[in-house]
Design a protein around this ligand. Structure first.
Ligand SMILES: *[C@@H]1O[C@H](CO)[C@@H](O)[C@H](O)[C@H]1NC(C)=O
Ligand SMILES: *[C@@H]1O[C@H](CO)[C@@H](O)[C@H](O)[C@H]1NC(C)=O
Ligand SMILES: *[C@@H]1O[C@H](CO)[C@@H](O)[C@H](O)[C@H]1NC(C)=O
Ligand SMILES: *[C@@H]1O[C@H](CO)[C@@H](O)[C@H](O)[C@H]1NC(C)=O
Ligand SMILES: *[C@@H]1O[C@H](CO)[C@@H](O)[C@H](O)[C@H]1NC(C)=O
Ligand SMILES: *[C@@H]1O[C@H](CO)[C@@H](O)[C@H](O)[C@H]1NC(C)=O
Ligand SMILES: *[C@@H]1O[C@H](CO)[C@@H](O)[C@H](O)[C@H]1NC(C)=O
Length: 367
């Protein structure tokens, strides 16, 4: 009798058990604050630092790249000290089909607020009194984003329809799993690959395409750029394969590399290693590895991503179509072509597009 009444409850989807919650960021205090390092039983896309102090940071990251690899958009509502002051900020980068780069960081000052609410695992939020709005479905299946940056004449919508399940970089997703990559950088991946529909107006130009999209979330207790020397990161699709990759090197020369590979939306590899069984290597004429100065990115033509796990081997290659400079020369981002697949099954290799990044070196610089 007891079992019979409990069983139907246990079979309910996990998301229904998560109550909706409201957050107001940054909610600053002067003390050490709670920084969640586990998904727990709350929304996966929630703020993990409900009340921030002057060193904590938290951001939501969304992007989309067109299926010809020539246009893209990156949207980052941000709360933390990494770029400028500890105010809510909205970072927006758009590459138009003509190759023009629109890049802006809007700071909202000491009275700036970011509203975030969750339902199920999804989050919805508003920054800058409507400069940017996102609405996430409770099951993370879809995000509707809206930009309305009046002072720059940029407006429009981005829709991401998820083509994958959420995952963590260095653990198997579950309430007690660790979200830390290093202690100063937490990371959860809500949408490793999505169908993206973009319709933006930048001044009198139109940026409208379908392609691939992505959404993840990062947070941490102290500025990560004091500890990270550099990282390579990216996501892309090649035919049936969706791939997310990274390689992070700290100032103490500790290295963590990882790759998540899904085939037809089903995870086949999720690896986080400290050796070269997952390796990300930039190529190009005169590329310095590791990068040793700011702006050390313009010689890079692309990256190879090699993954050897459980007796299987995958090889992918990202080739630059458009290079974009980041803030103060401390990062660069590329959009371009992506090819590859499983080694030994080359006849099944296909191509697609992706977005990739080199972050750092910061050289002790705190932005
Ligand atoms: C934090 O401390 C500073 C001075 O040290 C003070 O001006 C400020 O009001 C404090 N803020 C909060 C939220 O307590
Ligand atoms: C903010 O909180 C984090 C996490 O508790 C702590 O590591 C950090 O030292 C705090 N920063 C300040 C300025 O109190
Ligand atoms: C925005 O558009 C208006 C009207 O077309 C124009 O006057 C203004 O200069 C534009 N602003 C920017 C930043 O492009
Ligand atoms: C950093 O570690 C790598 C191995 O992971 C090694 O090849 C390299 O020489 C080290 N660099 C420094 C500056 O110690
Ligand atoms: C290679 O890079 C170094 C500095 O990083 C520079 O001095 C040199 O001129 C470059 N060589 C070529 C062929 O671009
Ligand atoms: C890197 O390049 C940017 C322009 O893209 C420039 O503003 C910055 O000063 C450069 N930084 C260094 C250290 O050369
Ligand atoms: C990208 O791939 C397409 C075919 O998939 C090819 O035509 C094009 O030349 C490639 N571009 C670059 C820069 O590799």
């Amino acid at each position: 009798m007891y079992l019979l009444t409990i069983l139907p409850l246990l079979s309910l989807p996990l998301t229904l058990a998560k109550p909706p919650a409201n957050y107001l960021l940054p909610s600053l205090t002067n003390t050490s604050v709670q920084v969640d390092t586990k998904p727990g039983c709350s929304a996966l896309d929630r703020p993990y630092i409900p009340s921030q102090n002057s060193t904590t940071y938290e951001w939501w990251y969304f992007d989309a790249v067109s299926s010809d690899g020539l246009s893209s958009v990156v949207l980052i509502p941000f709360s933390g000290p990494i770029v400028g002051r500890h105010y809510p900020q909205f970072l927006l980068q758009i590459v138009t089909p003509e190759g023009e780069i629109f890049h802006t960081i809007t700071e909202y000052g000491p009275n700036g607020r970011m509203y975030v609410s969750t339902k199920g695992d999804g989050s919805s939020g508003i920054i800058g009194e409507g400069d940017f709005t996102w609405i996430g479905e409770p099951d993370l299946g879809r995000y509707d984003l809206k930009v309305d940056l009046k002072e720059h004449n940029v407006s429009g919508s981005v829709t991401l329809i998820s083509a994958s399940k959420p995952f963590l970089l260095c653990d198997t997703l579950g309430p007690e799993a660790s979200t830390q990559s290093f202690w100063f950088l937490d990371w959860i991946n809500l949408i490793g690959d999505a169908v993206a529909i973009v319709d933006l107006k930048v001044g009198d130009q139109r940026v409208a395409f379908t392609g691939n999209g992505y959404h993840d979330k990062n947070w941490g207790p102290v500025h990560f750029n004091q500890h990270i020397h550099h990282w390579y990161w990216g996501h892309a699709r090649a035919s049936l394969f969706s791939v997310v990759w990274y390689k992070m090197v700290t100032n103490a020369n500790e290295t963590k590399s990882g790759a998540w590979i899904a085939k037809d939306g089903e995870e086949v590899i999720s690896a986080c290693v400290e050796d070269t069984s997952v390796d990300i290597v930039p190529f190009g004429n005169n590329v310095t590895i590791p990068p040793n100065r700011a702006n050390d990115t313009d010689d890079i033509d692309g990256f190879t991503i090699s993954v050897q796990q459980g007796g299987e081997e995958y090889m992918f290659r990202f080739e630059e179509k458009v290079w974009t400079p980041g803030y103060g020369g401390t990062y660069a981002r590329w959009i371009g072509n992506f090819t590859g697949g499983k080694v030994g099954e080359e006849e099944g290799w296909g191509s697609g597009v992706g977005v990739t990044e080199q972050m750092g070196p910061f050289g002790g610089l705190v932005l």
